[in-house]
Design a protein around this ligand. Sequence first.
Ligand SMILES: C[S@@+](CC[C@H](N)C(=O)[O-])C[C@H]1O[C@@H](n2cnc3c(N)ncnc32)[C@H](O)[C@@H]1O
Length: 208
Amino acid sequence: MNIKKGYNEWAKIYDSNVNRTRDLEAVSLRQMLAPYSFHHVLELGCGTGKNTFWLAERAKSLVGLDFSEEMLAKAKSKNHFGHVRLQLADIQEEWEVEDGAFDLISCSLTLEHIDDLEAIFAQASQKIQPGGLFYIGELHPFKQYLGTKARFGEGDARIELDVFVHHISDFLKAAKKENWELLALKEWFDEGENGELPRLVSFVFKKI
Ligand SMILES: C[S@@+](CC[C@H](N)C(=O)[O-])C[C@H]1O[C@@H](n2cnc3c(N)ncnc32)[C@H](O)[C@@H]1O
């Protein structure tokens, strides 16, 4: 299904349906960013705000971008922070935020919907301050190789969204091309299933 249309539908239940990928990624982001401090955050694909407000509590300003009106509406309904701005935007187009204004760019479970990773890293390079961080948490490509996609609903009503497969090396290559240094990479398994396929991969890069 078309990605934007899919998320506009999914928004109704995104926060409440069973979704191990969503929940594990929340753990990933919190653990991966725990060692770092940051003040000005740009969140790509902020969705209903699963990570937005955790980040906002630790920051002085946050801009969240998402192209789904309905996902963004959910996030806006939860936003009690004066320093959080939630903006309707397609991250494949030019991000209408100030250059060099952020010390953290964060992107969770969104890049599987983006074909051109290098374009994302290139824009991130414009928007980040020197030494700033880029956190990415994604469905592990091993899962993608087996056909897992962003999806919701059950049985005949199951809806799968359009996705692009990104190998681990694709992230590393795109980052290297734009002078992002890899600080951390971690693979995340469902609880009690270590040794099985990882569900997620997450990265922290630093702009050099
Ligand atoms: C799986 S949700 C993740 C939301 C949130 N980051 C989280 O972890 O719960 C993916 C989000 O990316 C957004 N998205 C997908 N493609 C996008 C694009 N090209 N531009 C902006 N947002 C996009 C969707 O609307 C959706 O809210």
